[in-house]
Every structure is written in structure tokens, then in C-alpha cells.
Design a protein around this ligand. Structure first.
Ligand code: UGA
Length: 434
């Protein structure tokens, strides 16, 4: 069996590398020549723990290759994983033009039977459109199937997640398609759930929206905690002890970001609108999440009164730790808001500095990047914690205190123990706790 992976972004590259590590012959392809050139040299264009090592290993073993030639990859493969991006359009819906374009390319190169597997997150009923597109444009009479196999990888632990799945969802219509996917994932046979395609597509959107809902819910509770003596961490702990609720994804803070939750919640709202189902519940999830930034700005104002001309250190830019990804990162919205208030910013992140420089170019003296956290806090009137990198948990706080103009920490991720930091002489604000 030869597997082609179309699109080598986050999902595609991890999928190609991990499938090859399971022993399959895999070829990845992408319209971005630079990604392919790098991959062929064993260089991952994304920061993802463990990925580059596996990439090198499987290139060397000959299981894995990358090609600029989409047409050749399609012709040479029996199974095609479609991992192209589905960006958000202005109305919140997913832009399916890359999936449609890929379907036409597959149609034009359908030389033998092929199983086309949707891996990108797509709206329910996308498979029907892929099938229709291929049928409309195909030239020969080779047969094909479409199946859905949504990914549940988290950035920062994508390789681990692929190799240790909670579930492998296979949405298939024919026995042939189902059998091929079951064979590909035979190592995880006890984790496989076979459904029809609509169900598989919906499982993905329903899961991400539910997780986003948990986060917005605890953030809403944190607002109540901020106004009372309740402690949101203990509220979350107490709730999480109920196995029906579970302890995960109840960390209050600056809200969820990334390339998935914000986009997927909005896409599901739009799918509901198109199908005549009222998903106001999810509109609230999105609104609560967007409100996190203003709520944090209010905390900064509570500490500094006027933000204009105040020197503010921002520690953490990536949308979460262990990634350099800035897509929908709360830091971006926060920095925009702070720039409007004319703050003087010093920004630091262990991995995302270079990416951030293309979002906010350096502008002396109002916005500068530092290559360590201590330079960022020098002479600062306040330090903001925006991403909960392990590095920040181990900061030398005594040193930070002597470097800062005013020892004020406003922690958007509840990284420190309030008692500890206050004992060291800091004024400390966090989320949903005193
Ligand atoms: C998410 C899902 O967790 C994956 O299962 C899914 O495959 C992926 O989206 C996708 O659709 O591709 P990811 O976006 O990489 O993965 O990151 P998460 O670890 O889920 O975190 C998402 C956001 O929620 C982050 O901004 C994080 O800081 C925030 N979060 C998470 C909280 O604010 N509180 C929590 O308790 C947990």
C-alpha cells in the first residue's frame, strides 16, 4: 500500500511522518516548495517535539519521501490523505477551496482505484462534495472511495498523540474503504470506532467545540471568583472530581487560541445556521473567549491606572507552551489592545519570537523583543504572564523583583502561587483567585 499525503502543514507533516513510522510507504506533497525542500533535508518547518528525529529516521529508512509533483504523488498512491488547510472565511465558515482544488487534481490523476481520506477538519457532508467533484472531473473509469479519519492531535504533543491515540475514528461507506483504514491503523485496533462519514466529520467538530465550551465555562466561573472569595482552581478541582465532568480543560486564563478551537467553533455555528439548527450556545462560547482580553486589560488598569507610557513586559507569545504557533494567540489581541493604550512593550517567548516579529515588527522604543525574560522585565512597571511556559514557572523571582521598576505581576495563566509571590513582595493579580 502506498500512501500519499497532500498538504504538509501541521497536520500533514505529522501524519506523513507518523504513518511512515508505522511502517507504511508514504510520500508527502505540498504546493509550498520550501516546505518540501526542507522536509527532504530532514528539517521540520514547524516546532513540534520529536518530529524532526522521526522525519530523519524515516527518510533514512526509505519509508518516507517528499515530492513537489502533486500529480505524480496522486498517480503513485493507493490511499490519499487530504491534509490541506481549510481557513476561516469572513462569515465564520471554513473555506473549502483547497479541498475542492485537491479533489479536482485527484480526479485528473485517477489512474487506479484510490481511497481518498479527509484528514483536514471539514464541515459535515464534505465527503459528498469531494465525491461529486471527483465524479464530475475524472477522465477514466477507475473507481474511488472517500472516507473520513479526523485527527485529534494537539500542537506540542502531536507525535505523542498520533502514537498514543484515545480513539481512531474511521468514517467509511464501503467495506473496501473501511478495511484499508483498519489495516493502516492495525496497531491501534482496540481504539478504532467505525461510523458513517457524516458522523465521523461531526465527531471532530463536536469534540473541539465541547472542549472550547469547557474552557469558556470555567472562564465565566473565574469572573464570579474574581468578584468573591471563591478560588477558580479549587472550583475546577471540585468539579473535576465528578467523573461525569472530568478535571481536564478546566484551566481558567486568557482563553483558547490556536488554529483549531476558535475556527472550529465558528465553523460549527455556521454549519448550524446552514442546516437550520440554532447553535447560540456556541456563539456564547466564542464571545466569552473573546472577552478574556478586555477582562485582562481591566486587571492591568486596576494595577497601573493609566497604561500610556508604562513599560510592560509580556512573557509568553505562543498560543500555548511547547509551540511557536501564533495563530489566534491571545498575545496578539492583547498586544494590539496595549498598543492602542500606548504602552511601551518588551516581549519575550522561548520559541515564538521570530514568528511574532513578522506580526509586530520592532519599533524602538515602543515595542522591542528580548532574548531572555530578565531583559524584558528590566525597569518594567508590570510583568504580564501570557503563556504558561515551564521556563516562567522557574524564574528567579528575587532577581525579577530587583530588575523591575514596580514589582507588579499580572498573571493571565495562573502560573504562580499567589501566597509565594506576595511573600516575595510582589503585587500580584491572577485569574479567579486572590
Ligand atoms: C486542539 C485539540 O485539543 C486537539 O484534540 C485537536 O486535534 C486540535 O485542536 C485540532 O483540531 O487540530 P490544539 O489547538 O493544538 O489542539 O491545543 P490545545 O492543547 O487543545 O489547546 C487549545 C487552547 O486552549 C490553547 O490556547 C490553550 O491555552 C487553551 N486551554 C486549554 C485553556 O485555556 N484552558 C484549558 O484548560 C485547556
Amino acid at each position: 500500500m502506498k500512501i500519499g499525503v497532500i498538504g504538509t502543514g501541521y497536520v500533514g507533516l505529522v501524519t506523513a511522518v507518523c504513518l511512515s513510522d508505522l511502517g507504511h510507504a508514504v510520500q508527502g506533497t505540498d504546493i509550498d516548495a520550501d516546505k518540501i525542500d526542507k522536509a527532504n533535508q530532514g528539517i521540520s518547518h514547524i516546532y513540534e517535539p520529536g518530529l524532526e528525529e522521526l522525519l530523519k529516521k524515516n527518510l533514512k529508512s526509505g519509508n518516507l519521501s517528499f515530492s513537489h509533483d502533486l500529480h505524480q504523488t496522486i498517480q503513485d498512491s493507493n490511499v490519499l490523505f487530504v491534509c490541506v488547510n481549510t481557513p476561516q472565511r469572513e462569515d465564520g465558515s471554513a473555506d473549502m477551496c483547497y479541498v475542492e482544488g485537491t479533489s479536482r487534481s485527484i480526479a485528473e490523476n485517477l489512474n487506479t482505484y484510490k481511497l481518498i481520506v479527509e484528514k483536514s477538519t471539514v464541515p459535515i457532508q464534505t465527503s459528498m462534495w469531494i465525491k461529486r467533484t471527483i465524479s464530475l472531473y475524472k477522465k477514466g473509469d477507475a473507481d474511488f472511495d472517500v472516507a473520513s479519519n479526523p485527527e485529534f492531535l494537539r500542537e506540542g504533543s502531536a507525535v505523542y498523540d498520533f502514537m498514543n491515540p484515545d480513539r481512531v475514528i474511521i468514517g467509511a461507506e464501503s467495506d473496501r474503504a473501511r478495511d484499508i483504514l483498519v489495516k493502516i491503523y492495525k496497531k491501534y485496533s482496540d481504539k478504532i470506532l467505525v461510523t458513517n462519514i457524516d458522523t465521523a466529520e461531526l465527531i471532530k467538530h463536536a469534540s473541539n467545540s465541547f472542549l472550547a465550551m469547557k474552557i469558556s465555562y470555567i472562564n465565566l466561573m473565574s469572573e464570579l471568583c474574581d468578584k468573591t472569595d471563591a478560588n477558580v482552581e479549587l472550583v475546577a478541582k471540585g468539579m473535576g472530581l465528578d467523573p461525569r465532568i472530568g478535571p481536564l480543560f478546566l484551566r481558567a486564563g486568557l482563553g483558547y487560541g490556536g488554529s483549531c478551537f476558535p475556527k472550529d467553533v465558528r465553523a460549527l455555528i455556521k454549519i448550524g445556521e446552514d442546516l437550520g439548527v440554532d447553535l447560540t450556545l456556541l456563539k456564547e462560547v466564542d464571545r466569552i473567549n473573546r472577552d478574556r482580553i478586555q477582562s485582562f486589560i481591566q486587571k492591568i488598569k486596576k494595577a497601573l491606572w493609566i497604561i500610556k507610557d508604562k513599560k510592560i513586559a509580556v512573557l509568553g507569545l505562543a498560543f500555548k507552551p511547547e509551540t511557536d504557533d501564533l495563530r489566534n494567540a491571545p498575545s496578539i489581541y492583547l498586544i494590539e489592545a496595549l498598543q492602542k493604550e500606548e504602552a511601551v512593550l518588551r516581549l519575550y517567548d522561548p520559541e515564538a519570537l521570530d514568528n511574532m516579529k513578522s506580526v509586530f515588527p520592532e519599533q524602538s522604543p515602543s515595542l522591542l523583543y528580548t532574548d531572555n525574560p530578565y531583559d524584558a522585565v528590566r525597569d518594567a512597571n508590570a510583568t504580564l504572564i501570557v503563556t504558561e511556559w515551564e521556563e516562567f514557572k522557574n524564574l528567579d523571582l528575587d532577581k525579577i523583583k530587583t530588575l523591575m521598576a514596580n514589582p507588579i505581576i499580572i498573571d493571565g495563566r495562573n502560573v504562580f502561587d499567589p501566597e509565594d509571590v506576595k511573600k516575595l513582595g510582589f503585587e500580584y493579580y491572577s485569574v479567579g483567585r486572590k
